[in-house]
Design a protein around this ligand. Structure first.
Ligand SMILES: Cc1ncc(C[n+]2csc(CCOP(=O)(O)OP(=O)(O)O)c2C)c(N)n1
Ligand SMILES: [Mg+2]
Length: 331
């Protein structure tokens, strides 16, 4: 499954021994190496399945210690934030609807078209679920994207259910990676962090040269579709438990990192403590901040708002756009 890049250590040891820096320095460098374990590791990802492609992403992937720490931190942050949002909704602190995230397929194709039209080298990722994949708008977006070879990566997150309906009951074909017909596709184990990274990199390169591509990321959701879906009426608690125990992307990634000695248990614990602190502080701040004004309802919709007015309930009673926060690229 995995192979440690021992050559790195060997190179480092021989250069340390050759630099005549003294035995103490060499010993301390060796001690550091033993403490720090490997600096990068090569793994085998889960296999990919290909549609209309002669070759796919590499199943041999190398991850550096720095990247591994970044990935595990992001994964933990996302999970903790989503869990916190869910809990705050249940406590009635977050009101209204609470869907934990969403996407629009034709809009993504439009953004990708703009990148091609403006010659910006940009690529757009457009994400949708297995449930959404059966809508007509998805096939319209597929058609125009391939017709004009638009650099769009369509990502179907196949978590087995569209709200409470299983993929088998809603989709005539559950091979979502081949449902673009004339668009190449890749089946990816979405629970394998490094397979996802590799497939994403492959897709970016592919679509810059050859147009759109579909990535089917096979995954699972532990919670319901939204807060009004308890998530247990259409599947057994056992099913959820089995996925948690055997396929969880964070648990399996952690096991890979410690098993290959890229990270120690202590280093992971440290990241977990940091993440917990970040989310706890964010919750505290969100709870103590005063409620934002109604005028912020129309704030920061676009970076460069070209239209003067925003449509309101009545056409003559329009709203105006306002800038409050900084955009990501300004930070
Ligand atoms: C254009 C549109 N049609 C229908 C709906 C109603 N709707 C909300 S979620 C959903 C199914 C979503 O399934 P999936 O994409 O697999 O998401 P998951 O349930 O896995 O979170 C539907 C049909 C909608 N929100 N928008
Ligand atoms: Mg789904």
């Amino acid at each position: 499954m995995l192979s440690r890049t021992l050559f790195l250590k060997t190179n480092f040891i021989s250069s340390t021994l050759n630099d005549k820096g003294g035995i103490l320095q060499t010993l301390s460098a060796l001690q550091n190496l033993m403490n720090n374990y490997a600096t990068e590791v090569t793994f085998e990802t889960k296999p990919f399945k290909l549609h209309k492609l002669e070759s796919g992403p590499s199943t041999t992937v190398t991850v550096t210690k720095k990247d591994a720490m970044k990935y595990i931190k992001h994964l933990l942050l996302i999970r903790r934030l989503e869990t916190a949002a869910g809990n705050l909704y249940k406590e009635k602190v977050i009101r209204g609807f609470c869907h934990l995230y969403s996407g629009q397929v034709p809009l993504g194709a439009g953004v990708a078209f703009a990148a091609k039209y403006l010659g910006s080298d940009g690529v757009c990722f457009s994400l949708y679920g297995d449930g959404a994949s059966n809508q007509g708008q998805v096939f319209e977006a597929f058609n125009i994207s391939k017709l004009w070879d638009i650099p769009c990566v369509f990502v179907c997150e196949n978590n087995g259910y569209g709200m409470g309906t299983s993929a088998e009951r809603s989709s005539a074909s559950t091979n979502y990676y081949s449902r673009g017909d004339y668009i190449p596709g890749i089946w990816v184990d979405g629970m394998d962090v490094l397979a996802v990274r590799e497939a994403a990199e492959f897709a970016i390169k592919h679509c810059a040269e050859k147009g759109p591509i579909i990535l089917e990321m096979v995954t699972y959701r532990y919670s319901g579709h939204s807060m009004s879906d308890p998530g247990t009426s259409y599947r057994t608690r056992d099913e959820i438990q089995v996925v948690r125990q055997t396929r969880d992307p964070i648990t399996s990634f952690k096991e890979r990192l410690t098993g290959s000695e890229l990270l120690t248990n202590e280093e992971i614990k440290e990241i977990e403590t940091d993440v917990k602190k970040v989310i706890d502080e964010a919750i505290k701040q969100a709870k103590s901040d005063k409620e934002i004004g109604l005028d912020e309802l129309t704030a920061d919709i676009c970076y460069n708002f070209l239209e003067k007015n925003i449509r309101n309930v009545l056409p003559w009673n329009h709203l105006t756009h306002k800038r409050v926060g900084k955009t990501l690229n300004e930070n």
